[in-house]
Design a protein around this ligand. Structure first.
Ligand code: SF4
Ligand code: SF4
Length: 357
């Protein structure tokens, strides 16, 4: 296992980090590959990962990742707290809420203080940066020793960019993979990202990509970027072994066209790399809609459709009235975004309202 420095925290983290969603127990049907592991099974797998050199374990406050945080705490106490780095998070956006979440996480972890704590899924609707907001609360937690370092986790490039400019933030967490590489390509042009430390999630695209690419390819195509660690969800010894093998022998970078042509064996994917340059003045987020369409046809039908369904009728109507399709002008790939959004509406109508799924 190779290790990288987590920005200015100085922590040395394994190139692949253990994502704990698959070890949770519970009924969370939208999540990929979860196996209802009981405590002993989960801890055995976590121990195996640690023995193989993985020292970074990423989780979230209960119940975001079911009971994974509690299992991770038990494992850390059993294996030796000092041997591992715990990255934890909570999807709360006010100071009071995130402060309370940190306290709950410490309790769930059995008194262990996470090394890094993220505001999870930060989005443009919630201002986490304002005085007294979520970020300030994490700074207080850091000063009080409740956490080691502060973090912002988000799927939005603009928020990541804002976070790396903010001196209160120690680590950022974003998403990307060999298909959705647009943010990574933007990120490498800005050295502030490497100074902060960067954890990358969605490396397997919610389980969509392993059907088309080997772990060597999936990991090789993200470890070639200056990230600190690629987080991989693992729920079985087989998945752990495959990820370890992939990280040990990362494949050379595929071109975007090579990635698309592999996916074309089942479906002609929308050639969107999720760079997020297509800003819509009316609040639509084409990068999310286009991703969900790709995921739908690549096998995540139920989950992808439900996400597409959120307000798609209003969004598609707005696009039909849109005077200038500014989103399209900003797309470096000149994708026909408004037409794709109409297709998304038809897809939802056919599959959800006409009961095709
Ligand atoms: S539609 Fe174009 S601009 Fe928008 S995320 Fe995709 S590639 Fe980037
Ligand atoms: S067509 Fe207009 S309304 Fe639709 S996403 Fe593009 S800019 Fe936004």
């Amino acid at each position: 296992m190779r290790y990288r420095t987590l920005g200015q925290t100085g922590l040395r983290v394994s190139e692949i980090g253990f994502g704990t969603i698959p070890i949770l127990k519970g009924d969370v049907p939208v999540l990929p590959d979860y196996y209802n592991l009981d405590d002993d099974e989960a801890i055995a797998l976590l121990c195996q990962a640690l023995e193989c050199g993985i020292n970074l374990f990423d989780t979230a406050v209960v119940p975001e990742y079911g009971d994974a945080e509690i299992k991770l705490g038990r494992f850390a106490r059993q294996a030796g707290r000092e041997r591992l780095i715990i990255s934890d998070k909570a999807r709360f956006f006010t100071g009071d809420e995130i402060y309370a979440a940190v306290c709950r996480s410490v309790e769930n972890l059995g008194g262990i203080h996470p090394d890094v704590y993220f505001v999870h899924q930060a989005d443009p609707e919630h201002d986490i940066f304002s005085p007294g907001g979520a970020l300030d609360a994490l700074v207080w937690c850091r000063e009080e020793g409740k956490i080691g370092f502060t973090g912002v986790a988000t799927h939005y490039y603009d928020l990541l960019e804002r976070a790396v400019r903010d001196p209160r933030v120690d680590v950022v967490q974003g998403s990307g993979n060999l298909l959705e590489r647009g943010m990574l390509d933007r990120m490498i042009q800005d050295t502030r990202f490497t100074r902060k430390g960067f954890l990358l999630n969605k490396v397997y695209a919610a389980g969509v990509l392993p059907g088309f690419f080997t772990e060597n390819e999936l990991l090789g195509n993200v470890l070639c970027y200056p990230i600190s660690s690629a987080l991989v969800g693992m729920g079985t010894a087989g998945q752990l072994a495959a990820a370890l093998a992939g990280a040990a022998r990362p494949a050379p970078k595929l071109t975007f066209e090579q990635v698309l042509s592999r996916l074309r064996t089942v479906y002609d994917p929308i050639p969107c790399d999720r760079c997020q340059r297509c800003v819509c003045p009316y609040g639509t987020e084409p990068h999310i809609l286009l991703r969900q369409m790709n995921y739908f046809f690549l096998g995540k039908d139920y989950w992808a459709l439900r996400k597409l369904d959120l307000d798609i009728a209003r969004t598609a109507a707005q696009c039909r009235r849109c005077p200038d399709a500014a989103c399209r002008k900003n797309c470096p790939r000149s994708l026909r975004i408004p037409e794709y959004i109409q297709e998304a509406e038809r897809l939802v109508e056919q599959y959800i309202y006409h009961g095709w799924i």
